[in-house]
Design a protein around this ligand. Sequence first.
Ligand SMILES: [Zn+2]
Ligand SMILES: [Zn+2]
Length: 141
Amino acid sequence: MNTPNLCPKCTTERLERVIKVVRSKCWKCHEDMLIAFGFEEEVQELTPEVFTSEELEATRGAGANLKEKYSKTEGRSYMANVCPKCDSLTGSFFLHDHWLPVEHGLVSADVACRTWRCPKCSPTEDEIAEELEWQEEDEGR
Ligand SMILES: [Zn+2]
Ligand SMILES: [Zn+2]
């Protein structure tokens, strides 16, 4: 059960974010490494790309090697879990292999941190886009 946690600025109900780290192996060189990812409200998957600076700090404190790195597969740079030995990036695609077993309770993960996000004061790109769509609809009426 979630107790409502209200934003001190605008009193909107905030969303709980839980950042986790799991022990795993590098897909390329099989070195032990930690993979970090998170969940918002227990369902929405959070990749390191959308971690806040507070979350990045906590995750690094927990031992994960997070770096901004260029992915050839995706043709862009982004914050990702990187192998400490061979510097290979675990792409967002591979993260699914890690968060699904954790979500289903098959693999245990350590909690790096728990944070709260106000959807009004710090909206995601999706929420901003949605808000704009609503505004455009209103204006068209
Ligand atoms: Zn490696
Ligand atoms: Zn707020």
